[in-house]
Design a protein around this ligand. Structure first.
Ligand code: ARG
Length: 548
C-alpha cells in the first residue's frame, strides 16, 4: 500500500502528467499538503497561474479526487491546498497500527547496497571518528534495509601494512604472551614499537624485513599477525556490543582480504594504459586531482588507494552492488573521490552503480576544539560512553550519544556535551525515549483497567489529534527520503516533531479520561504513535525503552 502522499501524487500525476512536488503544509489550517504545480505549468505555457490552478482542480474533481480530499483550495498566486478527508486520514493511521512500516518502499527496484563503515585499525582502539562512522553507518544500513534493499555491511578494518613489521618484531623482542594480550595491551605495544622504531636503526631494519616475511607468508609471522587481528576483533566486538550495532564478524572484510586482487588490478590497468610508471611507482593520474592515485609504490608495496580500487571491483563484480556507500570523516573525501574516479576510468564502476562518499564532521569538546582527553590524547569510544553513563543509565547514555551524532547535518562538527545530550527535554535521544515510555505507560494503564484499545482510529476532530495522525502517516515518506538522500538527521527531526505532537495531543485531548468510542480511538492513536516511535528509534539504533 502506498503512503498517503504517494497516493495523492499518483492521482495528480494521472491528471496533470507532472509531479505535483507535494509538500506538507506548514500549518494545518491551510490544509495538509500543498503543491505549486499550477505555478510551474503556468510558467511553461505563459498562462495565468490561478486559471491553470482552477483547471487542474476541475480535472481532479472529474477524476474523483474528492473521495480522498476536501474541495481543493487555490491559495495566493495559485498554490493548491489539499486537505485530506478525516475518514481517509483515519484509515491511513489505522494501517500504521497494523504495520508501522506500511508504505515503506524504495522508489525503484530493491537494490544491493554495500555500506562500508566503522573500519577501525588493528592494534588500535576505535577513536571518535570510528565511533561516528559506526553509529551513522549502522543507522543507514538499518534504514536501507527497512525499505527493502539487500544491504551488505563491510567493515574495512586496517589489518595490513608496514606497521605489522614493527609490531611483530616488538612482540618477539619482548617475548610477549599473546594469549593474555587484549586490545588496550596491543595499543600500548603499538606505542612501544613505534618509539623503538624511531630510536633504533637496527630494529627498524628488522621491522622492514619482517614486513617482507609477512608478505611472503612466513608461517611464524602469519601466526602472530593473525593473533593480533583476533585480539583486535575481540576488542571491536566488545565495543559493537556495547554500542548495540549490527556489525558482526561476517561483515569484516579487512584490507588484507583484497591482497590477491591487487596485482591483477595493476596488471589490468597498466596494460590498458590507464596506469603509468612514475618515478618507479605505478600510478593513475586523475583529472582534477593534484596528486595521482598510487597503485604500487616504488618499493613494490601496495597501499590504501589500490586496496579501495580492488574493493570496488570486487563489490561490483562479485557482490553485484548497485550502490556503494562509504562513511569516514570528511578528511578522506579526496581519497574516495579519487578512488571512484580511478574505478570509473577502469570500468570497475559502471554508470549504473552509484558510489557515494558520506563524510562527516568532527566531534568537538566544550572548548570548541577537537575532542581530546585531559592528557591530550585522542578519545576512545569507551571513554565517551563512560562519561555519558555517569549521567544516565547505559541505554539512555547511548541514546544520547547516538542522537547527538545523527541529529545534525552529518557534515557539521558537533560539540560533545554530555549534560545537554542526556536531558529528557529538548531535541535529544532521551526525550524521544521518554515520549515512547510515556505512551507505553498510558497503554499499559488502559490495559490494566480493561479499557478497549481500538485497532482503528475512528475519531479525528481536534486539531491536535489530526496533526498527530497526519504526522504518523508521513513516517514512511521520511524513511524513504533518508534511504535516498542518506540524511539521518531528517529522521531525527521527524521523530522529534512527532514526539512534540504527541505531547500536544495529551495536553489538548484527554485519553484515559474520555469514554467509549472516543477513548478507544484515542488509545488507538496512542498505539500507532508508540509503534512509529519504536520503529523510528530502532532505525536510529536507539533502544525504545518502556520505562524511564
Ligand atoms: N581504516 C580506515 C581509517 O581508520 C577507515 C576505512 C574506511 N573504509 C575504506 N574502504 N577505506 O581511517
Amino acid at each position: 500500500m502506498p503512503s498517503l502522499s504517494a497516493e495523492i501524487t499518483a492521482r495528480m500525476v494521472a491528471v496533470t502528467g507532472a509531479d505535483p512536488e507535494l509538500r506538507p503544509a506548514t500549518k494545518t489550517q491551510f490544509g495538509h499538503y500543498q503543491s505549486n504545480i499550477a505555478l510551474r505549468l503556468a510558467k511553461k505555457t505563459g498562462r495565468p497561474p490561478r486559471e491553470v490552478a482552477a483547471e487542474i482542480v476541475n480535472a481532479l474533481n472529474a477524476a474523483g479526487f474528492d473521495d480522498l480530499a476536501e474541495p481543493i483550495e487555490v491559495a495566493g498566486p495559485g498554490f493548491l491546498n489539499i486537505r485530506l478527508r478525516a475518514t481517509v486520514l483515519a484509515r491511513a493511521v489505522s494501517a500504521v497500527i497494523a504495520d508501522p512500516q506500511i508504505g515503506l518502499s524504495i522508489r525503484d527496484m530493491p537494490q544491493t547496497v554495500v555500506v562500508d563503515y566503522s573500519g577501525p585499525n588493528v592494534a588500535k582502539q576505535m577513536h571518535v571518528g570510528h565511533l561516528r562512522s559506526t553509529i551513522i553507518g549502522d543507522c543507514l544500513a538499518r534504514v536501507l534495509e527497512a525499505v527493502g534493499n539487500n544491504v551488505i555491511r563491510r567493515n574495512h578494518i586496517g589489518d595490513w601494512g608496514r606497521q605489522f613489521g614493527m609490531l611483530i618484531e616488538q612482540i618477539l623482542d619482548e617475548g610477549l604472551d599473546l594469549d593474555t594480550l587484549d586490545l588496550s595491551g596491543a595499543e600500548e605495544l603499538y606505542q612501544r614499537a613505534n618509539a623503538h622504531l624511531n630510536a633504533d636503526a637496527e630494529f627498524a631494519e628488522r621491522a622492514r624485513s619482517r614486513v617482507v616475511a609477512l608478505q611472503s607468508k612466513d608461517s611464524c609471522t602469519i601466526a602472530i599477525w593473525e593473533r593480533l587481528i583476533e585480539v583486535s576483533l575481540t576488542g571491536f566486538d566488545a565495543s559493537y556490543a556495547r554500542m548495540n550495532v549490527l556489525l558482526t564478524r561476517d561483515d569484516v572484510a579487512g584490507e588484507s582480504s583484497y591482497n590477491s586482487l591487487l596485482a591483477p588490478v595493476c596488471a589490468d590497468l597498466e596494460t590498458r594504459g590507464i596506469a603509468v610508471q612514475d618515478q618507479g611507482a605505478l600510478v593513475v593520474f586523475v583529472p582534477g586531482f593534484e596528486a595521482p592515485a598510487i597503485l604500487r609504490n616504488s618499493a613494490g608495496g601496495y597501499g590504501y588507494d589500490i586496496t579501495d580500487v580492488a574493493a570496488i571491483r570486487q563489490r561490483v563484480e562479485e557482490l553485484h552492488a548497485d550502490r556503494l556507500i562509504y562513511l569516514t570523516d570528511a578528511r578522506q573525501a579526496d581519497h574516495f573521490h579519487k578512488v571512484f574516479a580511478v574505478a570509473q576510468l577502469a570500468g570497475y564502476l559502471p554508470e549504473r552503480v552509484s558510489a557515494e562518499f558520506v563524510g562527516f564532521g568532527m566531534v568537538l569538546g566544550l572548548d570548541g576544539k577537537p575532542f581530546r582527553t585531559r592528557d591530550g590524547n585522542t578519545v576512545h569510544l569507551s571513554e565517551l560512553l563512560d562519561e555519558a553513563e555517569q549521567l544516565a543509565a547505559p541505554e539512555v547514555a547511548l541514546a544520547a550519544i547516538k542522537y547527538a551524532d545523527l541529529s545534525n547535518g552529518l557534515q557539521k562538527d558537533y560539540v560533545f556535551d554530555p549534560e545537554r545530550m542526556v536531558t529528557t527535554t529538548g531535541d535529544t535521544g532521551p526525550y524521544l525515549q521518554y515520549a515512547h515510555a510515556r505512551v507505553c505507560q498510558i497503554l499499559k494503564r488502559a490495559a490494566a483497567e480493561d479499557m478497549a484499545i481500538g485497532t482503528n482510529v475512528t475519531v479525528l476532530s481536534e486539531v491536535a489529534e489530526i496533526e498527530l495522525a497526519l504526522a504518523l502517516t508521513r513516517f514512511s515518506d521520511v524513511v524513504d527520503e533518508v534511504a535516498l538522500a542518506l540524511t539521518p538527521h531528517k529522521l531525527c527531526t521527524y521523530l522529534f516533531e512527532l514526539a512534540s505532537k504527541l505531547s500536544n495531543f495529551y495536553e489538548q485531548c484527554p485519553v484515559l479520561k474520555s469514554v467509549d468510542a472516543l477513548r478507544s480511538s484515542r488509545l488507538a492513536l496512542c498505539d500507532a504513535t508508540r509503534r512509529v516511535l519504536a520503529r523510528g528509534l530502532n532505525l536510529l539504533g536507539i533502544a525504545a525503552v518502556e520505562r524511564m
